[in-house]
Design a protein around this ligand. Structure first.
Ligand code: NDP
Length: 337
């Protein structure tokens, strides 16, 4: 078996030295278990948190342990009554060519799924995050102005498109003109701004002449600073992620804006709610799955992936994800046939 383990904990941005590629023996398959051959590995921003030895909603990866991650696999060997060799499953095998499971954490994808990797994106965790965060916490109404950053990633792109389907005016924020162009041309956003533009703050204000009713928070940092003064009375903020801060080693430079934030929330009666998708909404996965499949099949929701070939390229791709080098949902294809 070939796998990537956490070699050391990053200080700030991760480097290739924080990961180690190693070859080990294939595990034995016990009665009641399946051996899974990983075909696709999902790379997601939350993995940065698992590299830290700090309390969070999920335990950290230990040093010398395989990096965690959702995977789409084929059953290579089965000693489990519910799985046959060749079946496709969604699991949590991590950064390795083969993994073992007792079946409890697996979702069947059938014998011949059309786009198996989509179970890691639009039809899986990121799509579910966009769907619940926007619809349950954001509560979009026709005519609302919705702002979302990381606009071409699997969460942001889905939030913006669902916003359009719910009658919102959608303002995206993305890194660079190519992504911004894609968000308006392909995803149908009304406008998309480049957060690297030196005039970003004033452009956001111009793009939101009626203020902001929903800010779907994916990034934090200077994007949130620009959003804060534009929030309307009764605005909703689904607090989904803060990716611009995941590599931070200390609090940002002053002045301290906490009292400004608190006063804005108070005076404008803003609802800001954090959520951890499966902990808070796991019971609604069935509803999401049915509705999102229909939206994707009918072409009402577009989806873009960036596929990287080879397990050995996962660390570099992951490091790039935290810097916005990905364009679309980042997935590694393991060429271990
Ligand atoms: P993406 O594929 O969108 O990747 C992250 C993107 O963040 C990058 O491509 C980049 O896009 C943007 N970014 C990185 N650094 C910065 C920065 N300094 N300022 C502004 N933007 C930056 O990721 P996902 O769609 O998978 O995830 C989006 C967010 O949702 C993340 O914060 C993630 O942690 C969160 N999340 C939360 C979940 C929950 O349960 N709460 C579940 C799933 C995801 P660009 O180049 O366009 O700036």
């Amino acid at each position: 078996n070939r796998r990537i383990v956490l070699a050391s904990r990053p200080e700030g941005a991760p480097t290739p030295n924080n990961f180690r590629l190693e070859d080990v023996a294939l595990p034995n398959v016990q009665e009641g278990e399946v051996l899974l051959r990983t075909v696709y590995l999902s790379l997601d921003p939350y993995m940065r948190g698992r590299m830290n030895d700090a309390p969070s909603y999920a335990p950290p990866v230990n040093i010398d342990e395989v990096m965690v991650g959702a995977t789409v696999c084929q059953v290579a060997r089965s000693r489990h009554p519910d799985f046959a060799e060749g079946d496709w499953v969604l699991g949590y095998g991590g950064w390795q060519l083969y993994s073992l499971s007792n079946g409890a954490d697996l979702i069947q994808l059938g014998k011949n799924p059309k786009n198996p990797s989509w179970a890691l994106g639009i039809l899986g965790m990121p799509g579910f995050t966009a769907y619940m965060g926007l619809l349950d916490i954001g509560r979009p109404k026709s005519g609302d102005t919705l702002v979302v950053a990381a606009a071409t990633g699997p969460v942001g792109a889905t939030v913006g498109q669902l916003g359009k389907l719910n009658g919102c005016r959608v303002v995206g924020i993305a890194g660079g003109p190519e992504k911004a162009d894609y968000a308006t041309r392909v995803l149908g956003f009304d406008i998309c701004l480049d957060h690297k533009d030196p005039n970003f703050t004033s452009k956001l204000s111009e793009a939101c002449p009626k203020g902001i009713d929903i800010y779907f928070e994916n990034v934090g940092g200077k994007v949130f600073d620009a959003v804060l003064p534009l929030l309307n009375v009764g605005a909703r903020i689904p607090l989904c992620g803060l990716v611009s801060q995941y590599n931070a080693t200390r609090l940002p430079d002053g002045p301290d804006r906490l009292s400004l934030l608190m006063a804005t929330i108070l005076v404008k009666r803003i609802k800001m709610q954090g959520f951890i998708i499966f902990d808070d909404y796991g019971h609604r996965y069935g509803e999401f799955s049915k509705e999102m499949s229909a939206l994707v099949t009918s072409g009402k929701i577009q989806y873009r992936e960036q596929i990287v070939e080879g397990l050995e390229n996962a660390p570099e791709a992951f490091i790039g994800l935290l810097e916005g080098k990905n364009f679309g949902k980042l997935v590694v294809h393991l060429n271990n046939q």
